[in-house]
Design a protein around this ligand. Structure first.
Ligand SMILES: Nc1nc2c(c(=O)[nH]1)N[C@H]1C(S)=C(S)[C@@H](COP(=O)(O)O)O[C@H]1N2
Ligand SMILES: [Mo]
Length: 202
């Protein structure tokens, strides 16, 4: 893992998809702050369930083992929080959304995805973002089980969007035809949330 000088405002270079390594207005940190609205759910992998519903040909409920049998990917990426800190060069392991959807029969009307989480958090993204921007459902962080405070046993991570676009303690994906705001989006956060365009609020 690259060490970040805590006094350094920028990390130079470009990231893996050709954008500035440090998006505008972001400050590098070597720490990993916890940003959670409300309580921290305590869900074992044995009780964890994952619900697929909405614009699909039949709802699905997956167990932990079902997800572990799907193709696993390790993504080396940076993490950008809307509150202006960024963390660089972590390894996130889990199932890419684009691989997960191959196990689902989507209806053509599935144009947006609402993530749902234990505790009630939600966040919305277009299918285009979910399929084409390396969205990963991650259970392992730098080779270790994802800590509970950071969303373990399973969270969504959206490397090309601000971090609120990934639900910690994710327990379902709802496919929808018409976009609808999630938790922070209802509270004034931007729907697109592109860090390189500084789409933070409003
Ligand atoms: N379930 C849930 N997911 C969540 C949040 C939350 O409060 N609850 N906060 C979001 C926000 S605002 C950010 S910045 C990131 C923070 O992730 P971290 O606590 O691992 O740094 O998680 C996102 N996912
Ligand atoms: Mo956030």
């Amino acid at each position: 893992m690259a060490l970040v000088d805590p006094k350094k405002r920028f990390v130079e270079g470009i990231n893996y998809f050709g954008k500035a390594k440090t998006p505008p207005g972001q400050i590098a940190t070597a720490k990993f702050p916890v940003l959670t609205y409300g309580d921290t759910p305590n869900i074992s992998t044995a009780e964890w369930q994952f619900h697929i519903f909405g614009e699909v040909e039949g709802d699905v409920v997956w167990t932990w083992d079902d997800i572990m049998k799907m193709p696993q990917t390790t993504l080396h990426a940076d993490f950008h929080c809307v509150t202006t800190w960024s963390r660089f060069d972590d390894d996130w392991t889990g199932v890419m959304f684009k691989d997960l959807v191959t196990f689902i029969k989507l209806k053509p009307s599935a144009k947006f995805v609402m993530q749902h989480a234990y505790g009630g958090y939600t966040t919305n993204n277009s299918m285009d973002v979910m399929l084409n921007e390396d969205v990963i459902l991650a259970h392992t962080f730098n080779g270790q089980p994802l800590p509970r405070t950071h969303g373990g046993p399973m969270r969504v991570f959206t490397p090309r969007r601000y971090a609120w676009k990934g639900a910690k303690w994710v327990n379902g994906l709802e496919f929808i035809s018409k976009d609808r705001p999630g938790f922070w989006e209802q509270n004034g956060y931007n729907t697109a949330a592109d860090p390189w365009k500084e789409e933070r609020y409003g």
